[in-house]
Design a protein around this ligand. Structure first.
Ligand code: ATP
Length: 406
């Protein structure tokens, strides 16, 4: 691949939205490089937003000089800085060794040339100098530019997937997002790492972190397809994987903007994992409690909800069928059949709220107790079905039901 001369490459960096803030705060005191996916995307003609930086020396003063909100992650000075809404990840240039397969690496300072060799894929092992006389020049691992030109994903050494099996999930993500081929030897190395059950050597939380990133891809269906085709989903759990792509696309298309695409993507991949195993798997993968609850509910309840929605006639019956289910559950249920009812709930019914509350009923003389909930539910049903309109009518309906229930 033709690399632009340093002045042109630096101009391309400077044209990125996040670059001016950064470049204005750097000095020549310590070498700083733009690295990783940002360089890859820049050379491919893209406009990366968040920038990864490597410092050949202590990153702390560089992070401080940026002047934003600095969060330091480890004693090695790895930090995330947010300035003016842009995010910069800073790390000290390092070498990494692995005490045993799947372990977190032991790190020690090293020049940039070595830092590039510890990376996941050649196309991510490139750096552009940002300061000093070499500013704008590109340094890359062997074959990085050829691979970028050929659209090829290649690991940097044969033990790569054994050292760090999370790279298998990263491979699936890049293969689908960049639409790059997997270089044949890298493919063979992946297969043998999976055969050797390398995935089982990594902590669940690290696998979970990569799965969450995969769910946040612009096209999670294609990323999950790669995960399945490469045999990685199966290595995480035998029942994990996307089995019905058209269904997945329909479900994601139904999900409204405030729904969680990443949750739904995982639901689609996990819906054939038996519920108790899924609960255990999500805990092992270190999903937070709220995520676990929503994913589990959607993965396990969608078929029954689809049936109930098919049978629902009135809007209130649709709402009752959904109960406290979330948009991810309803989108999947709708994709399984009752699309019209799902759309109605997602687009309108879930936003309908009463003008009255429990206090209004208490003020009207209803005692504390279940009658209040029953009354409010009846009023909401009546409102959804168009039988009442306005505060007074809602209250009348709620009070009538509360009295009947007593
Ligand atoms: P993108 O954001 O496009 O997915 P990125 O390159 O920004 O890609 P990050 O996860 O931010 O991805 O990682 C930054 C860089 O760190 C990568 O480009 C890669 O060089 C390196 N890297 C990240 N994870 C690993 C890993 N598990 N093993 C080796 N190198 C890694």
């Amino acid at each position: 691949m033709e690399v632009p001369p340093p002045n042109e490459l630096l101009a391309k960096v400077r044209a990125l939205p996040a670059a001016p803030v950064l470049l204005d705060h750097l000095t020549d005191a310590v070498p700083v490089y733009l690295v990783g996916g940002g360089v890859r995307d820049l050379l491919l003609g893209g406009r990366p937003l968040d920038l990864d930086l490597v410092v050949e020396g202590d990153p702390a003063p560089v992070a401080a000089a940026l002047g934003g909100d600095v969060r330091t992650h480890d004693r090695f000075g790895t930090s995330t800085v947010v300035v003016d809404g842009f995010t910069y990840d800073l790390a000290r240039s390092r070498r990494e060794t692995y005490a045993h397969p799947g372990a977190l690496p032991d790190v020690s300072p090293a020049p940039l040339s070595e830092d590039l060799l510890r990376r996941d894929f050649t196309v991510n092992a490139m750096a552009v100098a940002l300061v000093g006389p070499a500013a704008g020049s590109l340094e890359s691992a062997p074959l990085a530019l050829d691979d970028l030109e050929r659209h090829s994903l290649r690991v940097l050494h044969d033990a790569s997937f054994i050292d760090d099996p999370t790279r298998a999930l990263r491979l699936a993500r890049y293969a689908s997002r960049l639409e790059f081929e997997i270089e044949p030897h890298t493919h063979a190395l992946l297969d043998s790492a999976l055969d050797a059950r390398a995935i089982e050597t990594v902590s669940g939380s690290r696998i979970g972190a990569e799965l969450r990133l995969l769910g946040r891809e612009r096209d999670p269906v294609s990323a999950l397809r790669s995960l399945g085709e490469l045999g990685i989903a199966h290595a995480i759990h035998p029942a994990l994987g996307l089995d019905d792509e058209p269904l997945a696309r329909r479900a994601l298309a139904l999900l409204p903007d405030d729904g969680r695409r990443d949750w739904l993507a995982l639901v689609l991949a996990a819906r054939h994992v038996p519920p108790p195993e899924l609960a255990y798997l999500l805990a092992t993968l270190a999903f937070e409690a709220a995520d676990r609850g929503a994913i589990l509910a959607a993965a396990t309840k969608a078929p029954a909800l689809a049936g109930a929605l098919e049978r629902a006639r009135r809007p209130s019956e649709v709402a009752d069928a959904v109960g406290d289910g979330g948009p991810e559950l309803v989108s999947l249920a709708g994709a399984l059949g009752p699309e019209r009812q799902a759309r109605e709930w997602l687009g309108r019914l879930r936003h309908v709220q009463l003008e009255i509350g429990g206090n209004d009923m208490i003020e009207a003389g209803v005692g504390q107790g279940p009658a209040i909930g029953l009354g409010l539910h009846a009023a909401l049903s009546a409102k959804l079905d168009g039988r009442v309109e306005g505060r007074d009518a809602e209250l009348r309906e709620a009070l009538r039901t509360a009295q009947d229930s007593g």
